[in-house]
Design a protein around this ligand. Structure first.
Ligand code: HEM
Length: 419
């Protein structure tokens, strides 16, 4: 188990670590600090999760629209191919910063390598099996260099999070219109009304948690579903028709349109079925002995839920390898974790607290991409030639970036420029 020290304060990496022993077990070298106020952290995390569930922090939303407006159209005017995966990653980084920290941060304000690289390395290190965990006496030698690399990353995160807190303290006298997650936590910390100890280290720990949990998830989801749309031109056309009917061609899709977009909803469910971005969820721990399907599971077992395999099980899904959004016509299956055949956000009280926000971003950005542009593949590539290889990690992304050439569909819309 690794401890990361910086300026005498420690940062932890994941709320789930604080809740170890309740019903989920994450055992990675990134378990950084055992707080003696585990109840305090638990309460604070719950408070933030409640905020997340009730308040979608939609300060982030215009960012989605702006970014979609700004980047692809430029390329569209000159028929230049767009690296969609890269654009989505930077869009998601902007939205995450806006939502968690209340403002956008440039990559170099974080670190010379930028958010994506550093977070990607953190996620890869977290998922890499560590010999020291299995053969404890080897731990001290750090033979794979994982602890050393993680310490370097922790210093980058800690410096950045200290800066964010400092800025929030400076701004706290101003009457801010939009609340971000740091504001919420600073309120808990400063109110003195909390029945638990909650200090700066805890604020940093939760900020880090949110940053990592939201940075790659929505972008990777959109990347996969959009790839499927490009591979299935008929589905793309059908979705464009729905958007034309509901939204028309004289304005862009807005959040208020989303609930009317029934086919979009099916496309997204079908995308999640084939490409759950956390294929094994996060490891859980059984809190009591139980029997499932004739298998005895003792208390304290580590449980991996293989949502990837569930999504492709032919006993549940006819022709499971086919991308067919129509399979959801007339179906009540939703994404909230009540239907065990489709669990992209997990299930139960430890399911994803960012579901509402993540889903809104996915729906809005996908709708914008499909509504605003027609898309074709570069170099006369055929849809079936698209490389669908997966890159395994905590978040399972496309191994190859998706690239495509957009052409405007909404020529007359203000805000879409040809610059
Ligand atoms: C499409 C986007 C997203 C997907 C598919 C997704 C998926 C997941 C999954 C599968 C889990 C593990 C659940 C389990 O093991 O049962 C999880 C946990 C979590 N997610 Fe998300 N997520 C997304 C967006 C977000 C966003 C935007 C945030 C924060 C703003 C967020 C914050 C978290 C946190 C804090 C946890 C840990 C919860 C706990 O352990 O109690 N997620 N997410």
């Amino acid at each position: 188990m690794l401890k990361l020290d910086h300026q005498g304060e420690q940062v932890s990496h994941d709320i789930v670590h604080f809740k170890v022993g309740l019903n989920k077990d994450i055992s990675t070298r990134v378990t950084l600090h055992k707080f003696n106020t585990i109840d305090g952290i638990f309460h604070a995390a719950l408070e933030v999760e409640r905020e997340l569930k009730e308040n979608s922090f939609m300060a982030a939303q215009p960012e989605a629209t702006k970014a979609v407006q700004k980047h692809p159209p430029r390329a569209a005017s000159s028929g230049v191919e767009v690296d969609i995966s890269a654009k989505l990653a930077s869009l998601n980084a902007n939205m995450t910063c806006l939502m968690v920290f209340g403002k956008k941060y440039m990559d170099d304000e974080f670190d010379e390598r930028g958010f994506k690289d550093v977070i990607e390395e953190t996620v890869i290190l977290t998922a890499t099996p560590d010999m020291g965990e299995f053969i404890p006496f080897l731990d001290v030698f750090d033979l794979q260099g994982l602890t050393h690399r993680m310490k370097e990353l922790a210093k980058i995160f800690d410096d950045f999070l200290e800066k964010v807190i400092y800025e929030h303290v400076q701004d706290s006298k101003e009457d801010k219109q939009t609340k971000d997650i740091v504001d919420t936590m600073m309120n808990i910390m400063q109110s003195g009304e909390a029945e638990f100890e909650f200090d700066r280290r805890n604020v940093k720990a939760i900020m880090l948690d949110m940053l990592i949990a939201s940075m790659d998830t929505s972008a990777t989801t959109i990347d996969w579903i959009f790839t499927e749309l490009i591979r299935h031109p008929k589905v793309m056309k059908k979705l464009q028709n729905e958007l034309e009917q509901i939204v028309g061609l004289n304005r862009m899709v807005e959040e208020s349109d989303l609930e009317k977009l029934v086919y979009l909803d099916m496309v997204i469910k079908e995308g999640f079925r084939l490409h759950p971005i956390a294929p094994l969820l996060v490891p859980h721990e059984s809190i009591e002995d139980c029997t499932i399907d004739g298998f005895d599971i003792p208390k304290g077992s580590r449980i991996l839920v293989n949502t990837w395999a569930i999504g492709r099980d032919p006993e549940i899904w006819p022709e499971p390898e086919k991308f067919m959004p129509e399979r959801f016509v007339g179906s009540n299956i939703d994404l909230r974790g009540r239907d065990f055949q489709l669990l992209p956000f997990g299930s139960g009280r430890r399911s994803c607290p960012g579901l509402h926000l993540g889903l809104t971003i996915v729906r809005l950005v996908l709708a914008q991409l499909v509504h605003c542009f027609d898309w074709e593949l570069p170099n006369d590539m055929k849809p079936n030639d698209l490389d669908m290889t997966e890159k395994f990690g905590l978040v399972m992304a496309r191994a190859q970036h998706l690239r495509a050439i957009p052409t405007h569909r909404l020529e007359n819309i203000l805000g879409i420029s040809n610059e």
